[in-house]
Write a new protein. Structure first.
Length: 242
């Protein structure tokens, strides 16, 4: 789903805001809240991008945040959480089927998804897969999860959606030393355009658990999500060129 990323560079992108602001806030909190700031930001991004998607029932209006390299970045508040959904939309010259082929090549993910240590496809059919993954993390405990991934097509419009949702009952039981992640839901939506390309929309929110403050999660999402959407599209280009 994403192209190869230099993890250090990715962390730098999402942490290039005022580092002193983060450190000052951490000093005001209890010692258990003072985990290494780089590791926490990496965790936010990985769990946000790999795992968590749009939550049903979120109804607040979308507010535009910025535009990055032709990608519109918006967000809306999730009621009662203090966290935001982030939506990235952009137009690309590839038709939905071409993008889908990259999204559906899960066996390739360990080659280019950062920190993805292990991926096993437990079940698969033409339009559905059950996948177990392990993520290795610096400074914090590794994570694991099982997701059900489904592909839906609308033949009349050419629209394709790839959705994923947690499915712990279909995977292995929790095991040490991994922290099991269970709140997983999300999707990519690909809509054909008149010029033969696609409108790509990705919506994400992340709640990686623990004592991670909402302001840090929100700040990391705003920086990282468009970067990783671009990385996914770069992977599409890579696959097309092969």
């Amino acid at each position: 789903m994403y192209s190869s990323l230099d993890v250090a560079s990715m962390v730098l992108v999402i942490s290039r805001y005022d580092r002193s602001e983060f450190e000052a806030r951490m000093r005001m909190r209890s010692p258990c809240m003072r985990s290494p700031w780089r590791a926490l930001l990496v965790l936010v991004v990985l769990l946000g991008v790999l795992l968590v998607g749009s939550l049903a029932g979120a109804s607040a209006p979308w507010d535009q945040v910025t535009e990055v390299e032709g990608m519109q970045v918006e967000r809306r508040l999730l009621p009662g959480t203090g966290r935001y959904e982030v939506r990235v939309s952009t137009s690309v010259p590839f038709p939905p089927q071409v993008i889908f082929e990259t999204l559906w090549r899960h066996d390739e993910y360990p080659a280019f998804v950062p920190y993805l240590k292990h991926l096993a496809i437990l079940k698969q059919s033409p339009n559905e897969k059950v996948i177990y993954e392990q993520i290795t993390m610096p400074f914090v405990r590794d994570r694991d999860y099982t997701v059900k991934v489904t592909a839906e097509r609308e033949p009349a419009t050419g629209r394709i959606q790839v959705a994923f949702v947690s499915a712990p009952e279909d995977g292995p039981p929790p095991q040490a030393p991994y922290v099991r992640v269970t709140a997983i839901q999300g999707s990519w939506t690909l809509v054909p355009t008149r010029d033969g390309g696609s409108l790509v929309t990705y919506v994400v929110t992340s709640d990686p658990g623990g004592a991670l403050p909402a302001w840090l999660v929100n700040r990391a999402q705003r920086k990282a999500v468009p970067t990783l959407v671009k990385a996914m599209l770069d992977r599409v280009k890579h696959n097309v060129a092969q």
